[in-house]
Design a protein around this ligand. Structure first.
Ligand code: CMC
Length: 432
């Protein structure tokens, strides 16, 4: 039994329970603080707030550790597959052979979308960003599954929806791309695995069947594993927050897709490449951009650097860097923006500004480079992140709705606006 934390408020000592996690992470439970004392805790950006207890992912940002359900990320990338990791995250344990084949068969079975939905895609302008299409389409899926709009769907219905969603989002992502380039939609092929099927739907054209190169297939599988979960980040917290109102799974995931889109989160992989292209257009002078990133009067940030949680290195970036070198070598890619990326990385790792603030390349720095080398267009990068993150979002949504202690998410605030004042009729008001 751990001693409670004590705080002194208005001359009175208050005991607050201390919570200890599996890996000895310590927290102070302030659930009753406002009700008993009238005081709130204020924590902009929730940098120091635990919003739930979760058994899905463990991160130690100081030591660069990332584990899904207790399994180290490097071991999963080496020995597992994205499909198996999805099962692990959602169901809590690695599947038996039989459980896995049933899971895979069900994912394959649901890999068609309602034919009516194709007309939704065609209503978007050709230049529409695929993230806009993806978020709307995920929410639109709910139209075809009214049983899930019930506030308390039964576990069997929930399990079916989860498999449907896993399978269909991949189709929606590929169709969003096909719409954006004005090409015909391509359907899944039953003999292909999850990742090969996605590549087939993306890159097969009426003129040519796409045969996935094994190096690319494996690298994309690893990219998806590395993105599969990251505990309470902006998009996952959004999924949990929206779901806490008992909004259905599709609506909650669609909100997560929108949260991921921002350039400080999943949208950073697109921003990294755009930044590198800007530097190339500006004569490849990357040192100038390091100086801009350090200049406090300049809003420019080095995209793909820094992380709220990782303060020694991002273990996902370490794995991806190895894949980056391998893929570029094996595919014989010679891309000038990669030289810029290497230059930026080298300087940032030795510059005191970045060292003192513990700013290292993050997962998005290398994933952007890898996606480009694999032939994905830049505006699809964040969609790929969303596809990878999907099992994590689902696992958190499921954990949240199954937890009897879940309450609707409802943060508080400290009001700093005008005090009570009298209403003035319009003809008595003057311009400020
Ligand atoms: N370039 C230059 N300076 C930076 C950067 C950067 N990319 N990131 C942080 N800093 C500075 C920041 O200005 C601050 O300096 P000071 O202490 O002098 O005021 C210090 O480092 C601490 O930064 P912060 O803004 O308090 O960090 P945060 O935890 O609020 O933000 C972050 C984390 C990831 C949003 C931020 O580092 C950033 O904007 N990075 C670029 C965008 C990016 O790559 N995002 C992808 C994150 S990884 C994928 C994911 O999980 O979403």
């Amino acid at each position: 039994m751990t001693d409670p934390a004590k705080i002194l408020l208005d001359g009175q000592s208050i005991d607050l329970p201390v919570i200890i996690g599996t890996e000895n992470e310590k927290g102070i439970d302030v659930t009753r603080l406002q009700a008993t004392t009238g005081y709130l805790t204020l924590d902009p950006g929730y940098a120091n707030t635990g919003a739930c207890r979760s058994a899905i992912t463990f991160i130690d940002g100081e030591k660069g550790i990332l584990r899904y359900r207790g399994y180290d990320i490097a071991e999963l990338c080496e020995k597992s597959t994205f499909m198996e990791v999805s099962y692990l995250l959602i169901h809590g344990a690695l599947p038996s052979q039989e459980q896995f084949s049933r899971f895979k068969d069900r994912v394959l079975l649901h890999s068609l979308i309602h034919e009516d939905m194709k007309s939704f895609f065609n209503s978007y302008p050709g230049h529409a960003h695929p993230m806009a299409i993806l978020s709307s389409m995920v929410c639109s899926l709910s139209v075809y599954h009214p049983e899930l709009l019930k506030p308390n769907p039964n576990p069997k219905e929930t399990s079916q929806t989860i498999t449907r969603l896993l399978s269909k989002v991949r189709v929606l992502a590929a169709f969003a791309y096909k719409r954006s380039v004005g090409e015909a939609f391509v359907y899944t092929r039953p003999e292909l695995d999850y990742v090969s099927n996605f590549l087939h739907m993306m890159f097969t054209t009426p003129m040519q069947d796409y045969e996935a190169n094994e190096t690319i297939r494996k690298a994309l599988d690893v990219l998806f594993i590395l993105h599969a979960d990251h505990e309470q980040n902006c998009s996952t917290s959004t999924v949990r927050m929206v779901g806490s109102s008992k909004a259905n799974l599709f609506a909650s995931i669609s909100a997560g897709v929108c949260a991921l889109w921002g350039p400080l989160h999943g949208g950073a992989n697109q921003s990294v490449i755009e930044m590198l292209e800007d530097i190339e257009r500006d004569g490849c002078n990357y040192k100038k951009y390091i100086e801009k990133a350090k200049d406090k009067s300049d809003p420019f940030k080095l995209m793909g650097f820094g992380h709220r949680v990782y303060k020694s290195y991002d273990p996902r970036a370490v794995i991806l860097k190895t894949y980056c070198d391998q893929i570029l070598d094996q595919l014989g890619i010679n891309d000038p923006i990669l030289d810029i990326a290497k230059g930026l990385e080298e300087i940032a790792l030795t510059d005191p500004y970045f060292i003192e603030r513990k700013l290292y390349p993050n997962v998005d720095f290398y994933s952007g480079i890898l996606y480009r080398a694999m032939g994905f267009p830049t505006n699809m990068f964040t969609v790929l992140f969303a596809l990878g993150r999907l099992p994590g979002w689902i696992a958190h949504w499921k954990e949240m709705i199954e937890d009897p202690n879940t309450r609707i998410a409802r943060p508080r605030q400290i009001y700093v606006g005008a005090p009570l004042r009298d209403y003035t009729p319009m003809n008595h008001r003057t311009d400020p």
